[in-house]
Design a protein around this ligand. Structure first.
Ligand code: MN
Length: 491
């Protein structure tokens, strides 16, 4: 227990301790270690007291004799509501089928999950804290479970953290998970980053000194620091750029934090006067914030010694928001938000998080039994991604426009290599059909099937391409020739 805890929080700690008495975690520690860790994470994120109490009690209703009624009479309706939400969410996750009776029969389980959450986004924040601690202690689980949880985190929870602009959380969730999903690749890239950073250290020091002097001369108040690229984001970037490390320009980045927006642009000017900016690499996310509300100026420059460095320039507030996202807005608006939750609505979210409002309104309508056109709900949670399902209900995320063979190779190269057909939502379909959000995809295979060169036209992901090329025993240079020949044949 922490002496700083309020009397209410102290009571919640005692309640959780008593409820979990005698239970152990897979790590061999007493179970209470877990809710206490979740409490600490939520405190670090600056969450309000109700959320912290609900975090302490989040596993009690599901795993102990404690009831929701008892929590309600002890801590009030909002806390009970949050605990109930987290409990429902974890059951939803297990089956992804039966979230709640009021949800319409949409085939998109992920959308259903989000609507169930829409009642109160704090449920999701508790869930993210819960997931973070479980990942930090994942080594205690058997390897197959490790992989499953890590994969789900990469596919669902890390993108959610990104959508909420919780940058620090996104990085920690994805790097922790990636280590379990692909340990060899993780090690390889972590070493690569370390090596690169070491070799860039000296020149970076020089650049820092130059920039510092120039900014001081302009009388701009600032802080400058290095930012280290996360392993998983490098992995994703490399996949986009055909594994060519020379096309990754933000391996080294410096972050400049200034007082206000005017100084952001002034600092940008100072840097461009000092070094040559690279064409097409200046991004003004202040005038045009990213969809998740991220704001910053980015520019990549080439120094006199031909070093390529990315600069990120932002105000303190933008920085807080980039790292802690939604949690940061709670911190700034805690009182207002808590008041509005009591009234059952969120009003003071930053406008860039309006999608949460939309989610909430829809959830409320559904609860009242009103008809809602889900297709009109522009969640745009993952603008460039779709989520499709295996017949068993496992979620697979793919880029928009992905085809059945992309899906098959994502499951396993053994499956990809032997595809004879596909059923989409129970109906026979063909391999040219683009998959859509929420599709249930069943791949039909035959042992006698072998990969075809024609399949090269029926995949869009580099992952599937690599696997197919390997199966066809083609070298990258040969792909073009094969495609040309096929075209010649067609005409
Ligand atoms: Mn838990």
């Amino acid at each position: 227990m922490n002496s700083k805890d309020s009397e209410r929080v102290q009571r919640a700690v005692e309640m959780a301790r008593k409820a979990h008495e005698g239970q152990m975690r897979k790590t061999g520690e007493p179970y209470i270690v877990h809710p206490l860790a979740v409490k600490k994470i939520l405190e670090e994120w600056g969450m309000d007291e109700d959320t912290i109490i609900a975090g302490l009690l989040h596993d009690t209703v599901e795993d102990t004799p404690l009831t929701l009624e008892e929590i309600k009479s002890e801590f009030g309706e909002p806390v009970a509501f949050l605990v109930d939400g987290v409990t429902k969410l974890s059951t939803a996750r297990n089956g992804m089928r039966d979230i709640d009776t009021y949800l319409p029969a949409t085939k998109d389980n992920f959308l259903r999950l989000m609507i169930a959450l829409g009642d109160d986004i704090r449920v999701l924040i508790i869930k993210l804290a819960d997931r973070l601690h479980n990942l930090r202690t994942l080594s205690a689980l058997p390897p197959d479970k490790q992989k499953k949880i890590a994969k789900e985190t990469l596919e669902v929870f890390a993108p959610l953290a990104d959508r909420l602009n919780m940058g620090l959380l996104r990085v920690e969730l994805s790097d922790l998970s990636f280590k379990y999903v692909d340990p060899r690749r993780f090690e390889e890239l972590a070493n690569l980053i370390a090596k690169y950073n070491k070799s860039a250290e000296k020149s970076l020091q020089k650049i820092r000194a130059e920039v510092t002097a120039a900014l001081k001369k302009e009388k701009i108040d600032f802080e400058i620091s290095g930012r280290v690229k996360s392993v998983y984001s490098l992995h994703k970037k490399l996949a986009k750029h055909n594994q060519n490390i020379n096309e990754i320009y933000d391996l080294t980045a410096l972050r400049i934090i200034v007082g206000d927006i005017t100084d952001c642009y002034l600092a940008l000017g100072v840097i461009h006067a000092l070094y040559t900016p690279m064409e097409g690499r200046i991004k003004d996310y202040i005038a045009m914030p990213k969809q998740n509300g991220y704001r910053s100026l980015h520019t990549t420059v080439i120094t006199k010694d031909k070093h390529i460095v990315e600069f990120q320039i932002r105000t303190r507030e933008m920085h807080e928001y980039a790292e802690r996202g939604l949690a940061a807005s709670f911190y700034y608006n805690e009182q207002k938000l808590t008041e509005n939750y009591k009234k059952g609505k969120i009003e003071h979210l930053p406008t860039n998080l309006l999608w949460i409002n939309e989610l909430q309104t829809t959830a409320a309508k559904l609860r009242e039994g009103k008809k809602v056109d889900l297709k009109k709900l522009k969640l745009n949670l993952f603008a460039d991604k779709i989520f499709v399902y295996t017949p068993k209900g496992d979620i697979i995320d793919l880029p928009k426009g992905a085809l059945p063979l992309d899906f098959a190779y994502r499951l396993h190269s053994e499956i990809g290599d032997h595809v004879v057909g596909v059923k989409i939502n129970g109906k026979m379909s063909n391999l040219n059909k683009r998959l859509e959000q929420g599709d249930i995809v069943e791949i039909l295979t035959s042992k006698n099937q072998t990969p075809k060169t024609s399949w090269l036209d029926r995949i869009i992901t580099s992952h599937a391409r690599q696997k197919l090329m390997r199966a066809l025993r083609l070298k990258p240079a040969e792909e073009k020739t094969v495609k040309k020949k096929r075209k010649a044949k067609k005409t």
